[in-house]
Write a protein that binds this ligand. Structure first.
Ligand SMILES: [Zn+2]
Ligand SMILES: [Zn+2]
Length: 247
């Protein structure tokens, strides 16, 4: 019943209400082209774990030695950018799934920038022909509550843009094997324990393949790191995170 009401609500806001830009009120799109262009692309040059300087967000040598998880975290900008925060909030908590469009344009730019960095030799080899793209999974219970997995929706939109190949997308290999408490309310060490072994992998062969994990936001990097550990345990060569925003 709740799902049905949520679907109705989504239908109403997506189709019946006049579509206006969340920022300037212009009719036509939820984020108009000008307002989207005004959200500055600001890749963060810091290690996702210790926050020391690290070009584009590659995990530093020390943290890589300790974590053996995520090899780097690339983003469009900071979560405290008011525009980014507003779009993500409306996308996730007010179920405006059409916001996957502007958000996927931002993700596309992050991926293009990684490819450019590789080409000019500023970044190591991150995205290869057979790199797999995997959305950070939601637990079944959370999926029922929200009605959609925001990471999966973003990844599907990204594939529509032909920036990544359909056959390199893997939607069901990585699973959240147990329900966890919302991370935001916990202190840091409890966050790590909360997510320990919360992910499992049972998809196709990963040996010598690199993986790009997609999500909307990463604050502590712990969720992505736990996903990355599960993937590397199963043979993935390197695991990278690509998100809209870092906290
Ligand atoms: Zn606008
Ligand atoms: Zn570090």
């Amino acid at each position: 019943m709740i799902m049905f009401l949520k679907d109705c609500w989504r239908f109403c806001i997506d189709w019946l209400m006049p579509i206006e830009c969340l920022f300037c009120g212009k009719y036509g799109k939820l984020v108009c082209d000008e307002c989207l262009e005004n959200i500055e692309f600001n890749p963060i040059n810091r290690c996702p774990f210790c926050a020391k300087f690290s070009f584009s967000g590659i995990t530093c040598y020390n943290c890589e030695k300790i974590n053996k998880g995520l090899n780097g975290l690339f983003c469009y900008g900071f979560y405290n950018n008011v525009r980014i925060k507003k779009i993500i909030h409306f996308f996730k908590y007010r179920y405006l799934s059409a916001l996957a469009d502007p958000l996927s344009i931002m993700l596309e730019q992050v991926i293009k920038n990684i490819k450019k960095g590789q080409q000019i030799g500023a970044l190591p080899k991150i995205i290869e022909e057979d790199t797999l793209y995997i959305p950070v999974p939601l637990h079944k219970r959370k999926l029922r509550e929200r009605g959609f997995n925001q990471a999966e929706l973003l990844l599907r939109k990204l594939a529509d843009k032909k920036e990544i190949l359909e056959e390199n997308i893997l939607l069901d290999g990585l699973i959240r094997s147990r329900y966890t408490h919302p991370q935001a309310k916990l202190p840091k060490d409890e966050k790590i324990n909360n997510l320990k072994n919360a992910f499992a992998y049972n998809g196709k062969e990963l040996k010598n393949r690199s993986v790009v994990l997609i999500d909307d936001v990463s604050t502590s990097g712990i969720t992505l790191n736990e996903c990355a550990k599960a993937l590397r345990k199963n043979g993935a060569k390197k695991v990278w995170g690509v998100v809209i925003a870092r906290g």
